[in-house]
Design a protein around this ligand. Structure first.
Ligand code: SAJ
Length: 472
C-alpha cells in the first residue's frame, strides 16, 4: 500500500517514518523545500527523542521519500497545522489546501484520514464536501476518518506506538479501514467512533487539562494571598483517590492546550463559559508573574537585610537571626518574619547599587526539556518586562529559535538582581546556588515552577520566592 502523508511536522514526520519502517511505501509531503531536502538526507528539522534514528531508518529502508506535492496513493493522511487566528478562531486554511491538493488524485477505494486537531464538524462540514466535489461519495466510493494525534511532545515516538487511538469514521466502514492502518504499529487499544465524536474527544482532552491548570493557577494566587503554599495544598489534595489537581505555572503554552479549547468556544460561545474562563485565567499568568516580580524587586530594593554577593549567608547561623538596620516602616518583628520566610538570614550588609533592574530569565520553551517555544508564556513575560523597562538576559539550554537574543548561562546570570525560572528544564533543578550567587548582583530567585530546592538556596543566602507560595 502507498500512503501519502501531508505535512511533515511534529506529527506527520514521525507518523510517516513509523509507517515506512512497518513496510508501507510512504510519500511524505511538505511545502517547505528545505524540510523535504533535510528528510531525504535522512535528517530531521525537529528535535524529539528517537526521531532522528527513526527517520534515518525510514529513509534508508527506501520506504520513505519526501516531496513537495502530493502523489497518487491508496491512503492520504493529513497532518497539517490548525493554528488559531488573532481573534481566537480556528484557521483551517492548511486543512482546506491539503484536501484540495488530494482531490485531483482521489480514486475509488481510497482512504483519507485527518490527524490534525480540528473543531467539531470539520470532517463532515469541510473535508467531506471538498473531497466529494470529485463526484465520489464519502463512505461509499472512498473512506473518510478522523484519527486525532494525542502524543505528548518530548515523548512523541514512544506515545505514537503505545497510546490508545480514537478513530472516528464518516461511517463504520471508514473507521474500520483506518483502524487497519493503525493496527500495524499501534500497541495501545484502538477505539472506533464517528468523526465528530473523535474531534470532540481530542479537544476535550486538552480542554480538561487546560481548565484543570487554570484551577491550579487560581489556587496559586489564592495561596499567595493566604500566605500558604499551593504546591503543598495540591500535593496533599492529590492524596485523595479521586482528586488530580494539575500544577500552577507562568502560563500555558504550546500549540495544543492554549489553542484547542478555543475551537469549542468558537462554536459555542454562550455555552462554553468555563472553558473560555480557564483559557483567560491561564493567559493572565504572565501578567501575574511580572506583577509579583515587581513586588519582589521593590522589596529587594528597600530591604536593608539583603545579603550582598560578598556576604553570602553563613549556613551555620540560625534562621531568623536578623538585625534591624536603617529606616524601615515595619516593626522588627515583622521584618524578622519576612526575613526568615524569604531566607534573608545572617549578615546584614547594606547595598547602595542603583541602576536598572536586570533579570536573568532561565527557560523560555513552553514547557520543560523540549526545544519548542511556540505559544510560550515566556514570550509574554519578556514583552511585559520590556514594557516595564526592566532589562533582562535569557538563557535556555534547549531552544535555538527565539525572538529575543539568547545568551550563555554565565552571561545571563552575571550582574542580575533576580533569577526568574520559567521553563522547568531538568538542568535547572541541579543549578548550584553558590556558583550562581557569586555571579549575581543580588541573590534573589523567583521560581515559577517550584523546581529548586528552597532550603538549599536559602542556606546560600538566597531570597527564594515561588509562584503560589505566600511569603508570610
Ligand atoms: N502545564 C502546567 N501545569 C501542568 C501541566 C502543564 O502549567 O500541570 C503547562 C506546560 O508547562 C505547558 C502547557 O501546560 O506550557 C502544555 O503542556 P502539556 O505537557 O500539558 O501538553 P502539550 O501541549 O505538550 O501536549 C498536549 C497533550 N495533551 C494531553 O496530555 C491531554 C498531548 O497528549 C497532546 O497530543 C498534545 O497536547 C496535542 O498535540 O494536542
Amino acid at each position: 500500500k502507498t500512503i501519502c502523508v501531508i505535512g511533515l511536522g511534529y506529527i506527520g514526520l514521525p507518523t510517516a517514518s513509523i509507517l515506512a519502517t512497518h513496510g508501507f511505501n510512504v510519500v511524505g509531503v511538505d511545502v517547505n523545500p528545505k524540510v523535504v531536502d533535510t528528510i531525504n538526507k535522512g535528517s530531521v528539522h525537529i528535535q524529539e527523542p528517537g526521531l532522528k534514528t527513526l527517520v534515518k531508518a525510514a529513509v534508508q529502508s527506501g520506504n520513505l521519500h519526501a516531496v513537495e506535492r502530493p502523489q497518487a496513493a491508496d491512503v492520504y493522511i493529513i497532518a497539517v497545522p490548525t493554528p488559531i487566528t488573532e481573534d481566537k478562531k480556528a484557521d483551517l486554511s492548511f486543512v482546506r489546501t491539503a484536501a484540495e491538493s488530494i482531490t485531483p488524485l482521489l480514486r475509488k477505494g481510497n482512504l483519507v484520514i485527518l490527524e490534525s486537531t480540528s473543531p467539531p464538524g470539520t470532517c463532515v462540514e469541510l473535508l467531506k464536501p471538498i473531497l466529494e466535489s470529485t463526484g465520489l461519495r464519502a463512505g461509499e466510493d472512498f473512506y473518510l476518518a478522523h484519527c486525532p494525534e494525542r502524543v505528548l511532545p518530548g515523548r512523541t515516538v514512544k506515545e505514537l506506538i503505545e497510546n490508545e487511538r480514537i478513530i472516528g469514521g464518516i461511517n463504520r466502514a471508514s473507521a474500520e479501514k483506518a483502524a487497519q492502518i493503525y493496527r500495524v504499529f499501534v500497541e495501545g487499544g484502538i477505539h472506533l467512533t464517528d468523526c465528530t465524536t473523535a474531534e470532540t474527544v481530542k479537544l476535550m482532552e486538552n480542554t480538561y487539562r487546560d481548565v484543570n491548570i487554570a484551577l491550579a493557577n487560581e489556587l496559586a494566587i489564592v495561596c499567595e494571598k493566604l500566605g500558604i503554599d499551593a504546591w503543598e495544598v495540591i500535593r496533599l489534595s492529590n492524596l485523595h483517590p479521586r482528586v488530580n489537581i494539575h500544577l500552577p505555572g507562568p502560563g500555558v503554552g504550546g500549540h495544543c492546550l492554549a489553542v484547542d479549547p478555543w475551537f469549542i468556544v468558537e462554536r459555542f460561545p454562550a455555552e462554553a463559559r468555563l472553558i473560555a474562563l480557564g483559557r483567560r485565567t491561564n493567559d493572565s499568568m504572565p501578567d501575574h508573574v511580572v506583577r509579583r516580580l515587581k513586588e519582589i524587586l521593590a522589596s529587594t530594593k528597600t530591604n536593608p537585610f539583603h545579603p550582598s554577593r560578598a556576604g553570602l549567608a553563613d549556613p551555620s547561623r540560625p534562621a531568623g537571626e536578623v538585625e534591624v538596620a536603617c529606616g524601615n516602616s515595619r516593626t522588627a518583628a515583622e521584618i524578622a518574619v519576612t526575613a526568615d520566610a524569604d531566607g534573608f538570614k545572617g549578615d546584614t550588609p547594606t547595598h547602595s547599587d542603583q541602576g536598572p533592574w536586570k533579570i536573568a530569565v532561565l527557560g523560555v520553551s513552553y514547557k520543560g526539556n523540549i526545544d519548542d517555544a511556540r505559544e510560550t508564556p515566556a514570550l509574554r513575560v519578556l514583552q511585559l518586562l520590556e514594557k516595564e523597562g526592566i532589562s533582562f538576559s535569557v538563557y535556555d539550554p534547549h531552544v535555538r529559535d527565539f525572538p529575543y537574543e539568547l545568551s550563555t548561562l554565565k552571561e545571563t546570570v552575571a550582574g542580575a538582581d533576580c533569577l526568574l525560572l520559567l521553563a522547568d528544564h531538568d538542568e535547572f533543578k541541579f543549578l548550584h546556588p553558590l556558583e550562581i550567587g557569586k555571579l549575581m548582583r543580588r541573590p534573589v530567585v523567583f521560581d515559577t515552577r517550584n523546581m529548586i530546592n528552597t532550603d538549599l538556596w536559602r542556606e546560600y543566602g538566597f531570597a527564594v520566592y515561588c509562584l503560589g507560595r505566600g511569603v508570610g
